[in-house]
Design a protein around this ligand. Sequence first.
Ligand code: 6GU
Length: 229
Amino acid sequence: MRFHVMTLFPDMVMGGLDTSIIGRAMKQGKLEIEAVNIRDYTRDKHMKVDDYPYGGGAGMVMQAEPVYLCYKALEEQIVSKNGKKPRVLYMTPQGKVFHQRMAEELAEEEDLVFLCGHYEGIDERVLEMIVTDYVSIGDYVLTGGELPAMVMIDAIARLVDGVLNNDESAKYESFADGRLEYPQYTRPEEFMGRKVPAVLLSGNHKKIEEWREQESMKRTMERRPDLLI
Ligand code: 6GU
């Protein structure tokens, strides 16, 4: 799977994703992630990519042309490899709120383009021309789309075959079945007077499974009862 991020801060995006599990998967060739600098597509002699909003108001707006030219260059590269135009996800608090089912659906794509805005947003005209999906990561405001793009890429990439080395771990986790995961323990058996639940040391796999099922339900009722309705 290939992720393409259109951004004014490519180092932020690559720096956040080329470590740990996602970094390993990139090195193994299971994922490709590229961050393309929108500023490379300005034709302004001062490399300007933003301007004042028509009608007045606070802040600056990213201009249509650099975003358009950046997308067209990417589109050509993607179509030549893949044969079809990619989905283009614009990161905005005005979008549909991202969730696990959306991650599962997006993980089916071969290429995904993430468009990250900054300042007061991007000229509406280029959004109308290139964006296929408006996506938010929750009801709060961030300074730019880079962190949301990184969050989404992490959530989608770990669903790609071969990215997690233990394919069990994608199966039994929070949200995979609409419930929170059961608590985990490792050595030592006793830590500052707190013991590991005895059932986990019993070797009785049926009992352990029942206990985990109960804990998972209890935890979901306590912490996220909204998941059960
Ligand atoms: Cl996707 N972008 C920005 N700028 N802020 C957000 C967001 C996205 N999702 C929640 N807040």
